[in-house]
Write a protein that binds this ligand. Structure first.
Ligand code: 5AD
Ligand code: SF4
Length: 452
């Protein structure tokens, strides 16, 4: 049996796509390996969102090339595939810069991998066209065993691409226009996941709350409606979705946070900046106060909501005062977790053309201050859960024998002592202590057992 090694960079969409590639190759006789040295096929599933992410790929390709040579010396062949958003954005350029690469394949084309690999026996190939057909129709169904191996929490792509065109972002170019999968296809996939023992579904998409898929009756379903339907699936205890745009938080979705116990009280809702001038220059289509008011409305629907966000510092032309507006928004809103980045100019995006780029040292200083504040908020949030009773979905064995590790509704890692509960159980836990990266707790009730 041939072996494939897949390494994924960047967002959850890539994690999902990497799993689909592995499923696809399983039906071509490849088994997955975690050791690159023994792989006959190495796939780098790349991210293009920031310059650093893209450069990482080229340095990794240098290492893979060495490996290919070594294996060649032992009479073994290694094929190298670059997939994902760097593949989409750079195409042929990758073949030029990285001579060891055999196949370059975009995120909309990886269902063609078997044919591309066959072609790659004699020539180097690039496939980054946006095809008319739907790649999802060509992907094989993963086996129950493959699903189980990946754990009780699964990603499910419901939407791809983005029409928002934030001026800093490459996604509308690499992932293309926004497309929603039909409800029936999503339900099929969700039922199969649940049947294999999955307890938590995270619905993913570049702009997931813009979801507007075709329902079984031909009408258009929103994300709120889809969540209600998915919550009815036996075995599914938890639902999440990521990542969202503030402009697409409609009333139905906000109401779902109030009405659906399975929808976890956690929301990743990127704001990027707290300055109205910068938000406008970013083409975010909302102000700082609109974001504040929106959060107030969602918290009214779900008072326990834990919030997470993305921030960019040093967007072109950002002044000290504008940066302080972001600090103020963070102080006003309060975040349980977050991701923050220095602005990174991406070729082909409007913001990269702005002449007043912020010096690196200023970006670094702003990022450090911002991350300090966000880290203080994260720790305060975690410490605030000590003494509370929370449901924990058990996902894997813990650090020590007799321990299990799982997630709280707020996506916090929780370690518990237990020998009577297994993976997939939802147990009620009293939180006793907060470490810097996980919580510790004791079981107070057994709660909801995973199906045997
Ligand atoms: N520079 C820095 N951060 C970026 N992001 C997207 N594009 C850029 C860029 N050019 C961040 C945004 C987005 C997250 C996925 O990555 O915060 O929400
Ligand atoms: Fe990029 Fe903006 Fe679309 Fe998010 S909403 S993927 S940041 S263009």
């Amino acid at each position: 049996m041939k072996k494939v090694f897949v390494k994924s960079y960047g967002c959850q969409m890539n994690v999902y796509d990497a799993e689909r590639m592995a499923d696809m190759l399983a039906s071509e006789g490849y088994s997955e390996t975690g050791a690159m040295e023994e792989a006959d096929l190495v796939i780098l599933n790349t991210c293009h969102i920031r310059e650093k992410a893209a450069e990482k790929v080229y340095s990794e390709l240098g290492r893979v090339r060495e490996l290919k040579k070594e294996r060649q010396g032992q009479g073994q062949e290694t094929k190298i595939v670059v997939a994902g958003c760097v593949a989409q954005a750079e195409g042929k350029e990758i073949l030029r810069r990285a001579p060891a690469v055999d196949v370059v394949v975009g995120p909309q084309n990886y269902h063609n991998l078997p044919q591309l690999l066959a072609k790659a026996r004699t020539e180097r190939v690039v496939d980054t066209e946006f095809p008319i057909e739907d790649k999802f129709d060509h992907l094989p169904r993963p086996s129950k065993a493959a699903i189980r191996n990946r754990g009780v929490s699964a990603f499910l792509t419901i939407q791809e691409g983005c029409d928002k065109f934030c001026t800093f972002c490459v996604v509308p170019y690499t992932r293309g226009a926004e497309v929603s999968r039909p409800v029936s296809k999503i339900l099929d996939e969700a039922l199969r996941l649940a049947d294999a023992g999955v307890r938590e579904l995270t619905l993913i998409g570049q702009n997931v709350n813009a979801y507007h898929g075709e329902g079984p009756d031909g009408s258009v379903w929103s994300l709120g409606r889809l969540l209600h339907r998915l919550a009815e699936i036996p075995g599914i205890a938890r639902l999440r979705y990521t990542t969202s745009h503030p402009r697409d938080m409609d009333d139905e979705l906000i109401a779902a946070h109030r009405d659906l116990p399975a929808l976890m009280p956690y929301l990743h809702l990127p704001v990027q900046s707290g300055s109205d001038r910068i938000l406008d220059a970013m083409n975010r289509k909302h102000t700082g106060d609109e974001y504040r008011r929106l959060i107030a409305r969602i918290r009214e629907a779900q008072p326990n909501l834990a919030l997470s966000s993305d921030f960019i510092v040093g967007f072109p032309g950002e002044t000290d005062a504008e940066f302080e507006d972001t600090m103020r928004l963070i102080a006003d809103v309060g975040f349980a977790s977050s991701f923050s980045f220095k602005y990174s100019p991406r070729p082909g995006t409007p913001a990269a053309e702005i002449e007043t780029q912020v010096p690196e040292a200023v970006k670094a200083e702003r990022l450090a201050r911002l991350q300090n504040l966000l880290e203080t908020q994260r720790q305060a949030f975690n410490h605030g859960t000590v003494g509370q009773t929370l449901d924990v979905l058990l996902e894997k064995p813990g650090r020590h024998p007799g321990q299990m590790a799982g997630k709280s509704p707020y996506l916090q890692a929780v370690q518990i002592e237990t020998d009577s509960h297994g993976i997939g159980d939802v147990v009620t836990v009293r939180i006793t202590r907060a470490g810097s990266n996980s919580l510790f707790g004791e079981v107070v009730r057994s709660g909801d057992q995973a199906a045997a």
